[in-house]
Structures are given as structure tokens and as C-alpha cells.
Design a protein around this ligand. Structure first.
Ligand SMILES: Cc1cc2nc3c(=O)[nH]c(=O)nc-3n(C[C@H](O)[C@H](O)[C@H](O)COP(=O)(O)OP(=O)(O)OC[C@H]3O[C@@H](n4cnc5c(N)ncnc54)[C@H](O)[C@@H]3O)c2cc1C
Length: 326
């Protein structure tokens, strides 16, 4: 699929922001008022009613007015205060490995295309444009559980077994996975948590509501959630009166629930189309993709996008985004 498909707003969009670039932009935007502690994690959280006492792995303890668990789908904050991951994880039946491939002489160019190759047995390999000289690679397959995220050798062995006979560029990608310093493998899951806050601790982003990478909305939802949380805290006057924090968290949750519900509703066939089971399914999928890009289908696709969470552009009513350092 070329970048022009779906008016440049499809699988490969004209305005793509890679994860590392977004992380850098957000990091720079926080300004001098924010302290970043790298290689640190929280070991315990005790809610005292007037604050949250956090114990860190480094041994330090500190009290905070509010703790935001924006620590992803495998959130430790959630595990510490809301319960084990199994209680909230809804597996979609697929796993996905992703990493950056550095182009060398002889690497097939992508020329702005997102290329994907499927093999029977629900297996797919894909490459999409990254930074100049790089390609973003994905390997998708059917799986409910995986080796430990810390056991890279077992992860790579599983990929070798799964993709050995897939063809196209699979062998090249399996070799590149061994060289990549950003290699990751995870299941495609959703996270459904019935209540996102308890006392002065709140979950935000994938830790609260992961809609799965298949939604294409995870980053937008996480950023929207941060904006809504800021707006709710300001509207309740929580920065000046921290007893208002719990009320602000209730308002935040009320604002975000409808968006999250909508984003978690994946279109019918979305999971199956990512990695069809049979050769016939693969052919049907390819035909459907072509048909969707045809001139005749364009108005239909545009309408579908506009009426979904993808098309929403409204901003939180109560407050603008905070300026750096506030
Ligand atoms: C392969 C793939 C493709 C995707 N494509 C898209 C896409 O095209 N569009 C889109 O909108 N979304 C996409 N997503 C989803 C998107 O990446 C997430 O929804 C989004 O990053 C969620 O943001 P978050 O801040 O909630 O969590 P994360 O981005 O997961 O950030 C969590 C942070 O917490 C840190 N952390 C985790 N545990 C701890 C701990 N114990 N202690 C300290 N820190 C910790 C992590 O290091 C990380 O920095 C994709 C996801 C994947 C996996």
C-alpha cells in the first residue's frame, strides 16, 4: 500500500511520527519544572488519604498528591493497586514482533510503500518506511502466550520456528531481529479496567484502556487522556486544593469512557484480516485491500473514518494544554 492510499491518512500516512520522535518531543516539551528519573521503578504505593507514599526500587520513598500510572499495557502501578494483569487483559489471539531494520547495500527499497506478505497459518511479515535508511519491520502470528519478555533467545527461537517457511523477506527480517536494539515481542491485547482510579492513584493510556495496536488509536487516546486529566484537575481546582483530586479523577473518567469504548470496538474482521488463516483468506484480504483503495470506495472509506474515533478533532472544553514547566 502506498503512502498516497486513503488520501495519505491510511496504513502509511503522509504525516507519520515514529514513537522515538514523539518520545523526544514530549521529553523536550516538559521543561525544567519536571524531574525525569530514568532506570527507576515503583515498588509499592500506599494511599494515606492525603497523599500517596511511593517506594522506589532505588530505596527512596516520597509522598505525592497524585500518582498517574501511565506505564503501558503491562502497568506496574495497575498490578500494585488494581490487581493482576490477567484480571484486565483481553487477548486478541495474535502476537507481534517489531523492530527497526538498518538498510544496507542490497536491502530492497520501500519507496514510500507499506509492504506486507502473508502465509497460511495466520502469519504475516511487513515492512514500512522509517527514518531515512531504516525500515520498520513487523512479524505477526497467532499466539496467546509468549516466552518471558526478558528471554530474548527464546523469543527469537519462537520467531525462527514460526516464520522459517514463510518466504519473501522473512529470512532477512529474522536475521535483522538479532541485530536490532529496539526489538520487542508482545501479544495484541486489549485492557479493560472497570474503574481507572482509586483514591489519588489513576491509570492513564494503555495501562487503563489499551485498545490494541490494531485500533491505530492508542497514542491519540493516551495523549487525549493526559489532556482530559489536566483539564479535570484544573476545573476542580485541584492544583490549589488537593482534596479535590478524587473529584477530578471521577470527572476525567466520565470524559474518557465514551472515547475509549468507541476506540476499543475494532471493526469486524480486523483481527482476522491482519493474519488470515488460509491461502483463500489471504487472497480475499488482498482483493479487499485493493477494492478499498479504489476510486469508487473512497467516499465510503472517508465517511467511515470521519464517523469513528479517528475523525474526532475536538479538544477538551475546560482547559488548554499546560505550557512547558507548569
Ligand atoms: C507495534 C505497535 C504499533 C503501534 N502502532 C500505533 C499506531 O500506528 N498508532 C497509534 O496511535 N498507536 C499505535 N500503537 C499503540 C501505542 O504505541 C500505544 O497505545 C501508546 O504508546 C500508549 O501510550 P502509553 O503512554 O499509555 O504507554 P507506552 O507507550 O507503553 O509507555 C509506557 C511507558 O512506561 C514505561 N514503563 C513501563 N513499565 C514501567 C515500570 N515498571 N517502571 C517505570 N516505567 C515503566 C515504559 O518504558 C514506557 O516508556 C502501536 C503499538 C505497537 C506495539
Amino acid at each position: 500500500m502506498p503512502v498516497e492510499a486513503f488520501d495519505g491518512r491510511g496504513y502509511v500516512s503522509r504525516e507519520e511520527l515514529l514513537r522515538t520522535d514523539l518520545a523526544r518531543i514530549l521529553h523536550e516539551a516538559t521543561g525544567p519544572g519536571v524531574t525525569h528519573r530514568f532506570s527507576e521503578t515503583v515498588e509499592a504505593l500506599e494511599d494515606s488519604g492525603t497523599g500517596v507514599l511511593a517506594s522506589f526500587r532505588s530505596g527512596t520513598r516520597e509522598e505525592f498528591d497524585l500518582v498517574v500510572g501511565a506505564d503501558g499495557a503491562h502497568s506496574r502501578v495497575r498490578a500494585l493497586r488494581f490487581g493482576p494483569e490477567e484480571d484486565y487483559r483481553k487477548p486478541l489471539g495474535l502476537a507481534h514482533a517489531w523492530f527497526t531494520l538498518t538498510e544496507r547495500p542490497g536491502t530492497p527499497p520501500l519507496d514510500g510503500w507499506f509492504l506486507t506478505h502473508n502465509a497460511p497459518g495466520r502469519r504475516g511479515v511487513e515492512a514500512r518506511p522509517g527514518h531515512p535508511g531504516e525500515q520498520e519491520v513487523g512479524l505477526t502470528f497467532a499466539a496467546g502466550t509468549l516466552p518471558s519478555r526478558h528471554d530474548r533467545a527464546a523469543q527469537l527461537a519462537l520467531l525462527d520456528r514460526t516464520f522459517a517457511d514463510v518466504g519473501w523477506r522473512a529470512a532477512e527480517f529474522l536475521a535483522a531481529a538479532r541485530q536490532a536494539d529496539d526489538f520487542a515481542l508482545d501479544t495484541f491485547d486489549q485492557v479493560h479496567v472497570p474503574r481507572w482510579h482509586t483514591g489519588r492513584i489513576v491509570l492513564l493510556g494503555d495501562s487503563a484502556w489499551c485498545a490494541s495496536p490494531l485500533s491505530g488509536l492508542g497514542t491519540a487516546l493516551a495523549l487525549r487522556g493526559a489532556a482530559e486529566l489536566t483539564a479535570a484537575l484544573r476545573a476542580e481546582g485541584a492544583p490549589g486544593d488537593t482534596t479535590r483530586v478524587p473529584a477530578a479523577l471521577t470527572a476525567f473518567e466520565r470524559a474518557m469512557r465514551p472515547r475509549v469504548r468507541s476506540a476499543q470496538q475494532l471493526p469486524p474482521g480486523r483481527v482476522a484480516s491482519m493474519a488470515p488463516k488460509t491461502a483463500l483468506g489471504i487472497r480475499a484480504n488482498a482483493l479487499a485491500m485493493r477494492a478499498l483503495q479504489s476510486k469508487a470506495a473512497r467516499p465510503l472509506v472517508r465517511r467511515a473514518f470521519a464517523s469513528s474515533e479517528h475523525g474526532r478533532t475536538d479538544t477538551p472544553a475546560e482547559a488548554p494544554l499546560p505550557s512547558p514547566g507548569t
